[in-house]
Structures are given as structure tokens and as C-alpha cells.
Design a protein around this ligand. Structure first.
Ligand code: MG
Length: 365
């Protein structure tokens, strides 16, 4: 099996409700889709979202990185030496983690197809099912209570509530969400860098003093402020998870060595794909740090790759893979089955993606 072509397309999927965090508000998923084609007819699929405010990756940057730097280093090469291919992709350009992730997952997809094995089994096997949370966007408390009611009616037992915008309102927001959710639903929160370290400790203390029972808080402070992150971790009554502060395996290692956070959120788009995600998971196993598997606003090609990783690594104990269920329809065929909070991995070879809707037009790099 030899790589013959790399093709790019654009995939669009409207969201049920606008997705709003401390960093942005968007109404649809608009991702770059990749096909890595081979001389056997096998096609590997990848996907990358333009999440400029987090990764710095725009649509133009993703397509440019793949066309000018990444595709040329894999073109014509054999699929049976996956390690060399992945190394070439990583070395082809600095940064551009989303573009690298899209190609990385397409290569794992092809390697699984080459050997007739689903990727999660290539990675060691394990669970076949996961339970995801669902995101409650940051809004006024009444709207968040309504969104919580809707999530509960859809059967979700774990909510990821966005906060960090107008910090003075955050305790009231959580009060409204907890009142609507009842005592048995797990509530985790994500401030998306929206608080100062002192503010974070004050707000988290207030939430726990009120009995709002927060499972964990993601990225309370600015991504670059590791000192501030550790300040919160050392004082918070709620476990602290690093998200925007962890892109690369080196970032994860530094945070674990300093105990700057209690937990780490792994996202393929931050670290550049399954290969680096596996390294972060290995560090986490060594340091005894539990991980979340997360996603950006992504459709099912990319989220499906994250499902395979999470099924194969027991250190990933928390699942935030709600991209597909936030959309009004699923433009991706095959892959994992997303039935609200229940995700079941596909046993088809590779990543199991069969294709995308016909309105996605692919062109050669
Ligand atoms: Mg986050």
C-alpha cells in the first residue's frame, strides 16, 4: 500500500444551539476534511477544525500547512512503515497541530486498514463503549438552566458547564444549573482561562461552600500562567485540569512534574494527533495523573479518532466528546455510534470511516 494522493475538502454542520465559551461563540462546525489515498484504493480520513483562538489554526493555515509542507513528505511512500511516516509529518513544519492531527489520524486509519484491525485494538484494545458529557454554553443563568433541562431530558448524566465570562455571575450560573440538574448529575466546569488565580480560588470556594458539588474545573487561568495554575491547584477545593496549558507531550510532562494541575485534558488538535496523544497518556500513567479526552467543535471524523484512543487507554477516565451530538445532523458515514451520551467504537478496520455527505467536494493538494 503506497500513498498516491492527498485531497482536501470542507465540511459544514450546523449546531443545535450556538456554542459559547469565555473565548468565542460559533453557530456551526466548519472543518477541513482530508483524504489520504493509496494505490490499493484504501482511503484514510482525517479532519481539522479552525480553532484560531485556541490553537492558532485557521482554515487557510490548515490547508496551507498540509498542501505545502505535510503532503509532500508522505506522497509516494509505503504505508507499512507508519513510524517513519508519522516522524516525517511531525518534522515537516513547526506548530500547526491541527493540520498534523488530520494527517496523523488518516495515516493510523490506513495502517489499521492495511492490517485489517480497528485502531483501538492496534493501540492495545480495551473498552468498546464510552460515556460523554455534554457542554452547557456560558449564558445568563436562566438560559443555562433551560439548556440543562434539555440535556437532562436527552439523558445526559454529566454536564460540562462553561464559565469564566463576567466572573461575578459564575456562582449564580452554577446555582441555576445545579438546581435544574438535581443532586445526582455530575457537573464539571470550564473557565477557558477566564479567571485570575485569586478570583479562581475565591469562586471555587464559594461554589463548594454552597454545596454546588463541582467535579473538576478546567483551565481556570491564562494558558501561559503555569505559576497561576499551580497557585489555584494548591488551594482549590475542586480538582484542577489543565487544558489550554497543555498542547505538546513536553507541556504535559512539565505540568505533571511541577504538579501545576491535578488532571490533564488531551485533545488531538492541540497535540498533533494520536501519536503525541499516546505520549501524553504514557506520561500520565507514569505520574498517576488521570486524563480527559476532549475535542474542539469537531465533526465525527476527528472525534471518532479520539474515541479509539480513549477506548485503548484506561488512564483516560473522563470523556468530553460531544462534538457530533451538538450538531443538527451528522455528515460523516461510519465510525463510532453516538447515541446521545453513549458512544460505541466501530470494529471496522482502521478508524472505520466510510465517507462523508456528497456535498463535500474534495480537491487534490
Ligand atoms: Mg476546555
Amino acid at each position: 500500500m503506497r500513498i498516491t494522493r492527498v485531497r482536501l475538502g470542507r465540511l459544514s454542520a450546523p449546531l443545535r444551539v450556538p456554542f459559547t465559551t469565555a473565548l468565542r461563540s460559533v453557530t456551526s462546525i466548519e472543518d477541513v476534511v482530508v483524504q489520504v489515498c493509496t494505490d490499493t484504493g484504501a482511503v484514510g480520513y482525517g479532519e481539522a477544525p479552525p480553532t484560531g483562538v485556541i490553537t492558532g489554526d485557521t482554515t487557510g493555515a490548515i490547508t496551507g500547512a498540509i498542501t505545502d509542507h505535510i503532503a509532500p513528505v508522505i506522497m509516494g511512500r509505503p504505508m507499512d512503515d507508519l513510524n517513519t511516516l508519522l516522524t516525517r509529518v511531525n518534522a515537516s513544519i513547526v506548530h500547526n497541530s491541527s493540520a498534523k492531527a488530520a494527517i496523523d489520524m488518516a495515516l493510523w486509519d490506513l495502517y489499521g486498514q492495511l492490517h485489517g484491525i480497528p485502531v483501538y485494538q492496534l493501540l492495545g484494545g480495551g473498552r468498546r463503549t464510552l460515556t460523554t458529557d455534554i457542554t452547557i454554553s456560558v449564558n445568563d443563568p436562566d438560559q443555562m438552566a433551560a439548556d440543562t433541562r434539555n440535556a437532562i431530558e436527552r439523558g445526559y448524566t454529566c454536564l460540562k458547564t462553561k464559565v469564566g465570562k463576567d466572573a461575578a455571575m459564575d456562582v449564580a450560573r452554577l446555582r441555576a444549573v445545579r438546581a435544574q440538574a438535581g443532586p445526582d448529575v455530575t457537573i464539571r466546569i470550564d473557565a477557558n482561562q477566564g479567571w485570575t488565580p485569586a478570583q479562581a480560588v475565591r469562586i471555587l470556594d464559594a461554589m463548594q461552600d454552597e454545596g454546588l458539588d463541582i467535579e473538576l474545573v478546567e483551565q481556570p487561568v491564562a494558558a501561559a500562567d503555569l505559576t497561576g495554575l499551580k497557585f489555584v491547584t494548591d488551594r482549590s477545593p475542586v480538582p484542577v485540569m489543565a487544558d489550554e496549558a497543555v498542547f505538546t507531550p513536553s507541556d504535559a510532562l512539565a505540568i505533571m512534574q511541577q504538579h501545576a494541575a491535578d488532571l490533564v485534558n488531551i485533545k488531538l488538535m492541540k497535540c498533533g494527533g494520536l501519536s503525541n496523544a499516546l505520549k501524553i497518556a504514557s506520561f500520565a500513567e507514569i505520574y498517576g495523573v488521570e486524563c480527559m479526552i476532549g475535542c474542539m467543535l469537531e465533526a465525527k471524523i476527528a472525534v471518532n479518532a479520539a474515541v479509539h484512543l480513549a477506548c485503548a487507554r484506561s488512564v483516560i477516565t473522563k470523556v468530553d466528546l460531544d462534538g457530533p451530538v451538538l450538531c443538527t445532523h451528522d455528515p460523516v458515514h461510519g465510525g463510532a455510534v453516538f447515541d446521545e451520551q453513549a458512544i460505541t467504537v466501530s470494529d471496522a478496520p482502521g478508524l472505520g470511516i466510510a465517507g462523508v455527505d456528497d456535498d463535500v467536494v474534495f480537491t487534490d493538494c
